[in-house]
Each structure stands twice: as C-alpha cells, then as structure tokens.
Design a protein around this ligand. Structure first.
Ligand SMILES: *[C@@H]1O[C@H](CO)[C@@H](O)[C@H](O)[C@H]1NC(C)=O
Length: 381
C-alpha cells in the first residue's frame, strides 16, 4: 500500500502532459531514444564503426589514425556513449610521423627508441653498434625524421671489426678470399708433400666483446715414403731415416752384378700418402742374363701400343727396333730412348700429377731396361 501511494499523484500530472510527450517522441524519431548517434569527427583519424548504425549508451568507439599519421602516446583514441546520449570528449590525437627507423645490420636502435612507434618530424633517434662492429668515431650515429617523413640517410657509422692477422702456416698456405673482417672465412692448405692436421678453414666470429678466429691454424706435416725397398745383390747409397716428397734413393749393385732399371727412385705423394715412383732396380749376375732372352720377346710386342704414339711414329718404332738389335749397338739405344722421352711431355701435358709422372716414368725405365737387355743380349751373341 505504501508503495502504490506515490504512484497515483505522479501518474496524474503525466497524463496531463501526454500531448507534449508525444510531440517530443515524434521530434526525436530519427534517433532512437538513448542513442548517441554517429561519433564526433577527429582530425586525421577514422572511427572504427564496424558496420554499426546505432550507438546505445556505453558503446565504445575507437579511432584509427590515417596513413602517415601515428597516435601520440598517452592521448585518448576512443569515445564512449554516456548517459544522456552524449559522446565523451576527445581531442586531436594523430600526428604526422616517420615510420619505425630502418633496421641496420651493423647497428641497433638505442634503448628508449626500440619500443617507440611515434616519431614526429624533427625526432632524433640514436643507434649503437651491434656485436662484431665498431664505432666509426667521425660519423654520427643519429638519424632525424625529416619534413618528408623520411629518415635522414644512414651512413656507415658502424664498421666490421677485424680479426687478427691469421699469420702463416709453415709448408702451407692461407687463402683469404674476402679479407679478415667479422664474418669472413679463410681456408688452409698444405704444400705438396705435406699433410694437413687440424681445421681446413676458420671463421671470424664474435668472441666476448671482440672478434676472433673460430679455429686455430692447422699443421702441415711432411709426408714420408715407406722405407725404400732393399734389393738383392745391391745396396742403397747413403740411406736416410726418412724420405720426403721428391727425395730419391739411389741403388748400386754389388761387384759383378748389372743393374736392370733406374738406379734411382723418388718419393711421390698420392692422396696424402707417400709412395715410390716405381720399383727398385734389379741387380743381376752375368750368368743370369742368359735367362733374359725369352722374357724380352714378349714385352717388345706388348710395349709398343702402351707408348700411345701416333700410328706413323709407331711404325718407325717397330721398324727401327728390329734392325737395331742386329746392327749398330750404341746408336739405336740413344735414338729410341730419345724418342720415348719426347712422348713423355705429350702424356702429361696439362697435369704433372704424381700418377702420370709415375706411369710415364715406369714405362720409360721398363723400356730402357728392356732395351738394355736387348743390347746385352746383342753383345753376348
Ligand atoms: C605534431 O608534430 C609536430 C612536429 O612534427 C609538433 O611540433 C607538434 O607539437 C605535434 N603535435 C602534437 C599534437 O603533438
């Protein structure tokens, strides 16, 4: 009863005002009662309406800055529809701004600027060198946002640090294709006859507050040939403990023995391994040489194609060898050996690798050896 009581006197005057109330409703018809309507205009900003057409109480509308404008930090960028169909206040909050400064490989933005994105005209930002780079003292590390909303040109104010001079490798080489500055790679190799122990390359990288090579220099150790083969009825002249690349051993036959083959062989290198240029010579007693003729017959026919000479010169070889054995003794040997020497440069024209040299050397002395035998046979008969 107490609740209803005030209602009666209140409703009575309302009834009397009914025509005026109706008029008010009619006047406000385009906008719904309790609606704020379109949000206010803000310079250089657009409200994110998201397709809304009504803006009831408590509606929040946020604005976005137009292109090349950025929200000023700390400024309001939204409005709310208050009681009484009124938008909350908003002030201009967008200003012209440069974009976030250019990312540089050599330098990074200093602390206060890293997190910023509002850089109005005239703003100055400062960089600091990244690890591996050093400051170029004469150049400024600052950039300015210019009137055209572009940053002033970044000069190379931070330069790559240099790794120490790599030095030298004994019996080896250091290849420095792109200098020794931070990020560079150098590679190592050993001279022929030496084997590499250690790294084949090194990088200039960050080490503490400086730059340093990633790997130490390798070692180039001399490759040794196996102990030279001993021969029957002969000796090695001045035998040494080790034989390195290109070093030779010379054999001598005991008295009364004849040497068949090269009197010297030399140490070659193949795949970082030392090996002798060919087999050692043989020392044969004079009585043994009678056994030689049958073995000679076969090789002469076999050896001709292996010399790889042109068909015309091949004919001459076969022609000369046969009469030589019977006729004059000293001249044929020198003539034929001379001929074989001429073929050697043809074979190994481009590369003088150990294998080709070994091959040519081998055929050369087996042939001279055979010729020598032929001569001895000729002398005896
Ligand atoms: C907008 O930036 C200019 C410099 O470009 C500055 O002078 C002005 O004060 C800024 N406006 C506001 C509202 O911060």
């Amino acid at each position: 009863m107490t609740v209803a009581r005030p209602r009666v006197p209140a409703a009575l005057p309302l009834l009397g005002e009914l025509p005026r109330l109706l008029l008010l409703v009619l006047l406000c018809l385009p906008a719904v009662w309790g609606d704020c309507g379109l949000p206010p205009e803000v310079p250089n900003a657009q409200p994110a309406l998201e397709g809304r057409t009504s803006f009831p109480e408590d509606t929040v509308i946020t604005y976005k800055c137009e292109e090349s404008f950025v929200k000023i930090p700390g400024e309001k960028d939204s409005v709310i529809c208050l009681k009484g169909s009124q938008w909350s206040d908003i002030e201009e909050f967008c200003n012209r701004s440069c974009e976030v400064p250019t990312r540089l490989n050599s330098a990074s933005l200093k602390q206060p600027y890293i997190t910023q994105n509002y850089f109005p005209v005239g703003t100055v930002v400062e960089y600091e060198c990244r690890p591996g780079y050093r400051r170029e003292p004469s150049l400024s590390t600052k950039l300015t946002c210019l009137q055209n909303l572009k940053w002033s040109t970044a000069v190379e104010f931070c330069k790559k640090k240099s790794c120490p001079n790599p030095g030298e490798i004994r019996n080896g080489q250091i290849d420095v294709p792109d200098g020794i500055l931070f990020g560079a790679t150098i590679s190592f190799s050993c001279n022929t006859g030496y084997k590499l122990f250690g790294s084949t390359s090194s990088f200039c990288l960050i080490s503490g507050s400086s730059v340093q090579w990633s790997d130490p220099l390798p070692e180039c150790r001399e490759i040794h040939c196996p102990a030279p083969p001993q021969i029957d009825n002969g000796i090695i002249q001045g035998e040494r403990d080790h034989y390195g690349y290109r070093q030779s051993v010379t054999y001598a036959c005991n008295k009364g023995f004849t040497m068949i083959g090269e009197h010297s062989i030399y140490c070659t290198v193949n795949n970082d391994e030392g090996e002798w240029s060919g087999p050692p010579p043989e020392c044969r007693g004079k009585s043994l040489t009678s056994k030689v003729p049958p073995t000679v017959q076969k090789p002469t026919t076999v050896n001709v194609p292996t010399t790889e000479v042109s068909p015309t010169s091949q004919k001459t070889t076969t022609k000369t060898t046969t009469p030589n054995a019977q006729a004059t003794r000293s001249t044929p040997v020198s003539r034929t050996t001379k001929h074989f020497h001429e073929t050697t440069p043809n074979k190994g024209s481009g590369t003088t690798s150990g294998t080709t040299r070994l091959l040519s050397g081998h055929t050369c002395f087996t042939l001279t050896g055979l010729l020598g035998m032929l001569v001895t046979v000729g002398l005896l008969t």
